[in-house]
Write a protein that binds this ligand. Structure first.
Ligand code: FAD
Length: 420
């Protein structure tokens, strides 16, 4: 989000403050490099002593890598291509670990239900044949969907209501519910379809149906992001990718390159206020000092930004405060040998199930290169809480990490014994 007021500001000669040294702030600084004459006019303020924000990897014994936040990035879509281009520009091509569409981690995604893991449908055959997750074949639901009346007013609705209305209650319960828990750590009965899945919302509005939308939406060839790595990803059908040594390699390398190019980094510097001056410039303050700039770009969480905006930005601050965040507990586990019940990306747990986890990711299946060297081990990650954190575990500040770890181990080990 960028903040500036009045008049035309020249990008090439203006001064910029970027708030937050997470991947958003670093990527913003990187894109600005092409536009400014002097990179020393860009200052990044980061409240902690490291860059990367949620993108944080930690090294275990003998080269094992554990991700505290994101573990993979999508290779497709505009954002996916833009990230691949940055990785290429930074010289990270040789460190890339890719997952092609034919790989089990791309094809096999499971849903936990009633003590078993059930594979999500992939391809036509799995739609025709009755799947263990559903009471009947999905084919009649799919064939009926184009004839379900669209909403008259194009109004937004919850993800759950949309899938229940257009498909079936089972699809809403066993697909949209766990997917929303896996992607947003959120509740499908509260999340907005328009905000969370904009293409699906458009399918109904433009084509009157998801099925027709998928069949008849012609993707305009997008040549806006070009890079040899984007081409390679396309030719080799990459779905997701990570990096040798973990995702943190990306912000670390960005930080190194930005510093080399002359961008200023103020670490341990929490921005406390942004204010407009009468001449339209902005002051950016932190406890000990302040700077004056022409534009501010924020890579901060919405609630944090709301608290530091100028006093007269009431409307914007209120919009930002309405964006809710949840707390996710992340437990990384490593086992000797090969312990996952089946090869795949991992499994998600619908909210109707009594398990206390959102899902478990089989990290070693997608990226065995980040396992420890030597004997075979398996890394998995247990995601917990999200929208349900406080009701399950209490306030995040007072939860005992050992309690989360115990639940994670118990759930992972119990379900490793189940397969379908
Ligand atoms: C557990 C988990 C797993 C995820 N998995 C994936 C995944 O596999 N794939 C994927 O694509 N996405 C994933 N995501 C989402 C992804 O991690 C985030 O979208 C992304 O990291 C957000 O980056 P950001 O820079 O916008 O914010 P953040 O990473 O939150 O960075 C914000 C930065 O601002 C700093 N800051 C805060 N307050 C101030 C202040 N007042 N002044 C200055 N600096 C401040 C913080 O220290 C931080 O460095 C996951 C998220 C979580 C939580």
């Amino acid at each position: 989000m960028a903040v500036a007021r009045g008049g035309h500001i020249s990008l090439s000669s203006g001064k910029f403050a970027i708030l937050g040294g997470g991947i958003s702030g670093l990527a913003a600084a990187y894109h600005l490099l092409d536009k400014v004459k002097d990179p020393s006019n860009i200052t990044v303020l980061e409240s902690s002593d490291r860059v990367g924000g949620w993108m944080q990897s930690c090294a275990g014994e003998n080269g094992a890598v554990f991700e505290l936040g994101p573990r993979s990035v999508r290779a497709v879509g505009k954002a996916g291509k833009a990230t691949l281009k940055i990785a290429h520009d930074l010289g990270l091509e040789r460190s890339i670990l890719s997952v092609p569409s034919s790989h089990p981690a791309a094809r096999n995604r499971f849903i936990y239900s009633q003590g078993s893991l059930h594979q999500l449908p992939v391809g036509i055959l799995s739609i025709i044949k009755k799947q263990s997750l559903f009471s009947k074949s999905l084919l009649p639901t799919i064939l009926r969907e184009p004839f379900v009346r669209g909403k008259q007013d194009n109004a937004d609705e919850t993800v759950y209501d949309f899938f229940k209305r257009r498909m079936s209650e089972e699809v809403a319960e066993y697909i949209s519910d766990p997917l929303c828990r896996g992607i947003f750590a959120g509740d499908t009965r509260l999340l907005s379809l328009k905000s969370c899945f904009p293409p699906v919302y458009q399918y109904e509005n433009q084509h009157g149906s998801i099925v027709k939308g998928v069949l008849f939406t012609k993707e305009a060839p997008d040549t806006s992001v070009q890079s040899p790595l984007v081409e390679r990803a396309k030719n080799e059908h990459w779905t997701i990718w990570s990096l040798q040594g973990g995702m943190q390699t990306l912000p670390d390398k960005l930080h190194e390159v930005l510093k080399q190019r002359g961008v200023n980094f103020l670490m341990n510097t929490p921005c406390t206020a942004v204010n407009f001056k009468p001449d339209g410039k902005l002051t950016v303050s932190w406890p000990k000092d302040q700077i004056t700039v022409d534009q501010v770009i924020s890579g901060l969480p919405a609630q944090t930004l709301a608290n530091i905006l100028p006093k007269d930005c009431v409307e914007l601050a209120s919009e930002l405060r309405n964006i809710q965040a949840t707390t996710a507990g992340v437990v990384n586990l490593e086992y000797e040998g090969s312990v996952v019940p089946m090869e795949g990306f991992g499994y998600l747990v619908p909210s109707s199930e009594p398990l206390q986890v959102l899902g478990i990711i089989f990290d070693s299946c997608a990226f065995p290169e980040n396992d420890r060297r030597g004997q075979k081990t398996t890394r998995i990650t247990v995601m917990m809480g999200g929208h349900w954190f406080n009701s399950l575990f209490g306030h995040p500040d007072s939860v005992d990490p050992d309690h989360l770890q115990d639940i994670a181990i118990e759930t992972a080990e119990k379900n490793a014994r189940h397969s379908h």
